[in-house]
Write a protein that binds this ligand. Structure first.
Ligand SMILES: NC(=O)c1ccc[n+]([C@@H]2O[C@H](COP(=O)([O-])OP(=O)(O)OC[C@H]3O[C@@H](n4cnc5c(N)ncnc54)[C@H](O)[C@@H]3O)[C@@H](O)[C@H]2O)c1
Length: 250
């Protein structure tokens, strides 16, 4: 599943799962553009990835802002010529509020959608034209098992809606040699998870998981590389749930 010669862009690559995705893509040989609203963290990831011997750069972006996504696409074209792989990983997740739908403030709801859903739309709109030009591309949407566990709320609904976006883009972009698939991770013990999900709830979910392992971002890397490589060439519009079996058991 080599990605030698490919150029990858990961949003939300400054920390957590996004940072691990950048590392995995670099180890597979891809040049990596790390984009994050926190520019310093993006630069840190890029420096670590650069140490693996591939071209890397850290850039700022607010995925919810169209001008910002277009500026990022222009910078990517200038520095790397094109983007072959887009990983839409950025989201409001760390320290997010858990308000019920009945009372959630509409402005907060809209902000979560602006980043988690519109962000993936805007980034794909900005980057896909470069893939269309080269006739090859991979778009990966970072969903969540939250979309599959039957709950609601701003986060779960935004991650469920991403699956609709995945299918829509799969239909539109397939004839250009571009596949669009989603990964739905279960509980991954990032700093964001520890800050967001109460410890008792994490214990409860772990106890229900058929493969009861405190998953780390590395546990998703193989799936990402599969979806980015030619090994998944005839697969599009799909979601791979990577959760130690939690959804099956839930
Ligand atoms: N950790 C888990 O258990 C888990 C499970 C399922 C899905 N996910 C998803 O995986 C992704 C990463 O999760 P994580 O645990 O690393 O979370 P995280 O909060 O640490 O990472 C999110 C990243 O997105 C960036 N970001 C936030 N808003 C942005 C914006 N407007 N523009 C650009 N970048 C922005 C943040 O700065 C951060 O680097 C998220 O999409 C999350 O919803 C996580």
């Amino acid at each position: 599943m080599t990605l030698q010669g490919r150029v990858a862009l990961v949003t939300g690559g400054g920390r957590g799962i996004g940072r691990e995705y950048c590392r995995a893509l670099a180890e597979a040989g891809a040049a990596v553009l790390v984009a994050d609203i926190d520019v310093a963290s993006a630069e840190e990831t890029a420096a670590a990835v650069g140490d693996l011997g591939v071209p890397a750069a850290g850039l700022g972006v607010d995925v919810s802002d169209r001008d910002s996504t277009l500026a990022l696409a222009a910078a990517a074209r200038e520095r790397f010529g094109r983007v072959d792989i887009l990983v839409n990983n950025a989201a409001i997740y760390h320290s997010m509020r858990m308000d019920p739908q009945l009372t959630v403030d509409i402005e907060y709801w809209r902000r979560v959608f602006a980043v988690n859903l519109d962000g993936a739309l805007l980034m794909t709109q900005a980057i896909a034209p470069m893939m269309i030009e080269s006739g090859w591309g991979r778009v990966i949407m970072q969903s969540s098992t939250a979309a599959h566990l039957g709950g609601g709320g701003h986060y779960a609904v935004s991650k469920l809606a991403l699956l609709g976006l995945t299918r829509g883009f799969a239909k539109e972009l397939g004839r250009h040699g571009i596949t669009v698939n989603a990964i739905a991770p279960g509980v991954v013990f990032t700093e964001a998870t520890e800050a967001t999900v109460p410890a008792a709830r994490l214990d409860q979910l772990l106890a229900m998981t058929p493969l009861p392992h405190r998953a780390q971002p590395q546990d998703l890397a193989g799936t990402l590389l599969f979806l980015c490589s030619d090994a998944s060439a005839w697969m599009t519009g799909q979601t791979l749930i990577v959760d130690g079996g939690l959804v099956v058991r839930y």
